[in-house]
Write a protein that binds this ligand. Structure first.
Ligand SMILES: [Zn+2]
Length: 382
């Protein structure tokens, strides 16, 4: 609240501004941090609208404990008149009885017992030794409303390029790596110096480096989410981050931290736009030809180049991998009864469906692109 007041009031803006601080200064989980930011945004918004109505309203303060829950952190059991809530710090849950009015036709029951409504963001308040749960309800989307040719954007993470999307957008790691080497050199000099003054400067330098790296990650995350929106995707797909250190042995140790942060940033920025973020199994994404599906070690003659030994497809290795990362998702959905209705992934010029192949965007909906062509993208097939 202190950070966002008079600056911004949209959920995503407040989240951008305060999420890192909330995570760093508390031990609450990512979902709680997001919801806390949203809560602050809502309170600022209602304050602004009261002022517009001519009512005096000052910066909201929190006089009692409020925790915001959503369907990820709360489960309601209407028949049992119970609710299960996750607790701070760890991943345990507490189950509590709901104290409802006896009146069976009361409005609480009308929502709880109805199939038309499902619980959504709710707030837990602590007042005078009692806990009050303000349950929120919404009408869920019906199956018909859910999209059936949903599209995903694939993202490959790497060493030379922090990220490459299946729509051929390259986020270079060049400047980041260069700046980090510079920071490292300065730190080395200061460490050698060893004086108390040098120690203080060292801390300041590390703080500046953190700020810089976060700034870069934020802008990459923004670029990825913008891309997903521009190509009308429903979700963004990354490779699983577990084991990424083994898969990218050339990456310096802190890359893992960078990738985790990037995933987190994309996740909350995407959520604010109504997009989902998922991971797919990274097996063979770097060795598989995104055109014909042929998998072989020799398809990767060097780190940056991909050359299919079967069909001759040549491409930037990370771009080929981004397509593979995306391709796994609709295939996985085909094999499961429940899914998000995703059947294709987005390229710069069209979409790819695992069975039917490539469909170019129709001319009316052709997306204007400002992507810089990559020098190594010899044969852009997408
Ligand atoms: Zn091939």
């Amino acid at each position: 609240m202190d950070k966002a007041w008079k600056l911004c009031h949209s959920k995503s803006d407040v989240q951008n501004l305060a999420y890192d601080d909330v995570r760093e200064n508390t031990n609450i989980g990512s979902q709680y941090a997001i919801l806390a930011c949203h809560q602050a945004a809502e309170n600022i918004k209602s304050c602004i609208s009261r002022r517009q109505d001519g009512t005096k309203a000052s910066k909201p303060t929190y006089t009692s404990l409020i925790v915001t829950y959503d369907s990820q952190t709360m489960t309601v059991f209407p028949e049992k008149e119970q609710v299960s809530l996750t607790t701070y710090g760890d991943h345990s849950r507490v189950r509590a009885d709901l104290v409802l009015p006896d009146d069976e036709d009361g409005y609480q029951h009308q929502y709880l017992d109805s199939d038309e409504w499902e619980p959504t963001e709710s707030t837990l308040h602590y007042r005078d030794g009692e806990w009050y749960l303000h349950l929120g309800f919404r009408k869920p989307k019906t199956a018909d409303e859910a999209t059936e040719n949903g599209t995903v954007l694939g993202v490959d993470l790497g060493v030379n390029e922090i990220a490459v999307t299946s729509t051929a957008r390259f986020f270079s790691a060049g400047e980041l790596n260069h700046k980090r080497r510079e920071f490292e050199r300065v730190r080395g000099d200061l460490q050698e110096c060893g004086t108390r003054n040098a120690h203080r400067t060292l801390e300041a330098v590390s703080g500046r480096e953190d700020e810089y790296v976060k700034h870069v990650i934020h802008s990459v995350a923004n670029g990825i989410v913008e891309g997903a929106l521009r190509y009308e995707c429903d979700g963004i797909v990354f490779e699983e981050l577990d084991g990424i250190r083994e898969r990218l042995p050339e990456a310096v140790w802190h890359s893992e931290w960078v990738f985790n942060r990037l995933y987190e940033y994309v996740e909350y920025k995407a959520e604010a736009e109504g997009l989902f973020v998922e991971t797919t199994n990274p097996k063979n994404t770097s060795k598989r030809c995104a055109e014909c599906g042929y998998i072989h070690d020799d398809n990767r003659p060097s780190r940056d180049t991909f050359e299919c030994q079967k069909c001759g497809n040549q491409n930037h290795a990370d771009y080929n991998a981004a397509k593979n990362v995306a391709d796994v998702y609709p295939r996985r959905e085909q094999q499961s009864s429940r899914g998000r209705g995703v059947s294709q992934y987005a390229l710069k010029s069209g979409t790819v469906t695992p069975n039917r192949g490539y469909t170019p965007y129709s001319t009316e909906s052709e997306v204007e692109s400002t992507d810089k062509p990559h020098p190594q993208r010899a044969n852009p097939s997408g």
